[in-house]
Each structure stands twice: as structure tokens, then as C-alpha cells.
Design a binder for this molecule. Sequence first.
Ligand SMILES: NC(=O)c1ccc[n+]([C@@H]2O[C@H](COP(=O)([O-])OP(=O)(O)OC[C@H]3O[C@@H](n4cnc5c(N)ncnc54)[C@H](OP(=O)(O)O)[C@@H]3O)[C@@H](O)[C@H]2O)c1
Length: 310
Amino acid sequence: MRNQRWQAIGTSGLSDFRLVDYDAPVPGPDQIRVTVTAAGVNPADLKHVARATSFPLPIGYEIAGVVDAVGPGAIGGSGPLAVGDRVVAFRIHGGYATTATIPADTAFVLPDSVDDVTAAGLLLAGTTAADMLNRTRVAAGDTIVVHGASGAVGVTLLQLAARDEVRVVGTSSPERLGAVTRFGATAVPYGDGLLDRLRDVATDPVAALDLTGTDEAIDASVALVEDRTRIITAANKAAASEHGLVAVAGLDPESAAYRDAMRGPLLGLVAAGELTVPVAGTFPVADAVDALGLVASGRAGGKVVLTVGP
Ligand SMILES: NC(=O)c1ccc[n+]([C@@H]2O[C@H](COP(=O)([O-])OP(=O)(O)OC[C@H]3O[C@@H](n4cnc5c(N)ncnc54)[C@H](OP(=O)(O)O)[C@@H]3O)[C@@H](O)[C@H]2O)c1
């Protein structure tokens, strides 16, 4: 198999994505090289290209794979690494690839109980969910509203909230209510009349988390939650500025530090069978544009992961 990776050559979207021949460099100090087996697909893979200023831009923030070279002094996020170790890595650049040279401290040794596809789909969505929940300052017995609870970030949020005994009312499409109730939350369909439906079941919510960016989600959140610092959006920065809400972003230093610290614990929960990553489907890495197109539609119905290799 040829060594290849996906990169964007401009800001026009998926039409600017190219699969090119690429040999990942020999790892330098504090780096490792990984033979990629699976790569997580996230809305950010496309959104960030639209805002980029430097091209070509390698695509993909999270992978699973096998270490094939270790640079001088390289230590993984979970300790020493050796050639042949199975790893998961997040926050990296250039994950849509057959091989990737990455900072060693982004890589964590994969327990045998965690398969590569699950691992590759875990950490971007999982650490975002943990960060957002942390920002709400909730306690056991509180009720929160989660808009977009059936998505990749949403279902992780539901599971983390349940562990903290926080009650969740979560929105989804009518077809995907089961993805919300599966994790113990009360499910409410989004769309016309959302605020009334939420009022019927969400008694005194202390916080609202938005993963949709829609006006109806923002308006309902503002109507239901008095303290605007407890309305957190991952998908509508403009609305956050307009209404005095909190917008989270992975590069914000507070979020970056918290999310990085949560990689190991989240992996531990999956290894222990206490956290599930519902995978909607896998695509060969050569079909990354189709995979990302599906994810960007907002209707993938779970995590989408690229697979690499035979
Ligand atoms: N700021 C950050 O750090 C950060 C990090 C990660 C993700 N994000 C953002 O968070 C959002 C969710 O990410 P994700 O990976 O969870 O995406 P996802 O898996 O595609 O989930 C999308 C969610 O939005 C819902 N949805 C789709 N169309 C909708 C509509 N018209 N009205 C209301 N809800 C709708 C979906 O529900 P149904 O499937 O039931 O229709 C699903 O629950 C994305 O915008 C992503 O860019 C931000």
C-alpha cells in the first residue's frame, strides 16, 4: 500500500481536498511515527479548513494505529512507547493518512479491550463533552438540557452526566430519540415548539449545552436558564457573543488543558466498559470526502471513522 494522506489546498470545502502521496518523516525528538489503522472524522475537520490561512493543510485530529518508530526522548501520554505498541492519539494534525509523525505525548497505549475504530472515534468528541460538562458546574441531582444529544459529543455527554447523577433532557431528531433514551436521558424532538416541549419535562434546568448551533436551541436555552454563564455552546460563537453565553473551543487554553488531561481517563472508562462510542459507520480512508460530507451534514447518526490498510 502506498503511503498517502489527505490535505486541503484551499478554503472552498471538500472540493479542495486532495489525497496525495506522502512519506511521514522519521520522528525527531519527542516524536513518534504511527502506522495509522483508523482515523476519527469530525465536523471540525471541515470547519477549520474554511478558516485556515496556510496550505496545504493536513486533515484529521485523532487516530489509532501502531508505533513504527520512536524519536529521541519520546514519552507517550501514558508513559514510555515502543515500536509495535498499539496507540490512540489526539490532538494531532494529519490523521487522515496511512502514516503520521506526531508528538509522542499525544499518544496513549491502547488496552487490548479497546478496538481501533472505537479508539479513533473517542477522544475529540469525548474530551469536548467532558469540557462542556465541567463548565456547567453541575452537581448530582441537577437537571441540564443538551441540544444535539444524539450526536457524537452528545452521547458522551449523556454518559458522563449519568455517572455524576445529573439528569439530562436531550434533543434529537424524531428518528433518533432512542439514541438519547439509551443513556438514561429524557428525549425531546427538536423543531417547532421546542421550548414548550422542553418546559414540559425540564424542571428548573441549571444549565444548557448546545451542540447544534441553531437559533431555536439558543433561544430555548436563554429562556430556560437564567445564569448565562451556564449556557455553553460548541457550535455558535456569534450567538454566544450576542447573548453573553460561553462558547467553547478546543484551542482556548483552559479547554485545551482540560481536554488534554481527560484523554487518559476517558480511555480508561472505555477500557473498563463504562463508556460507549456508538459508531454509525466506517469508510476506507480513500473515501474520506464522502465520510466528511456525511459528518458535515450533522445527520451521520453516530461516530464516523476512516479505516486504513487491508
Ligand atoms: N467547539 C468545540 O470545541 C467543538 C468540539 C467538538 C464538536 N464541536 C461542534 O459540536 C457540534 C456537534 O458535534 P458532533 O461531533 O456531536 O456532531 P454530530 O455527531 O454530527 O451530531 C450533530 C447533532 O446535531 C443534531 N442536529 C442535526 N441537525 C439539527 C437541526 N437542524 N436542529 C437541531 N439539531 C440538529 C443531530 O441530531 P439528529 O442526528 O438526531 O438529527 C445530532 O444530535 C458540531 O457543530 C461540531 O462542530 C465543537
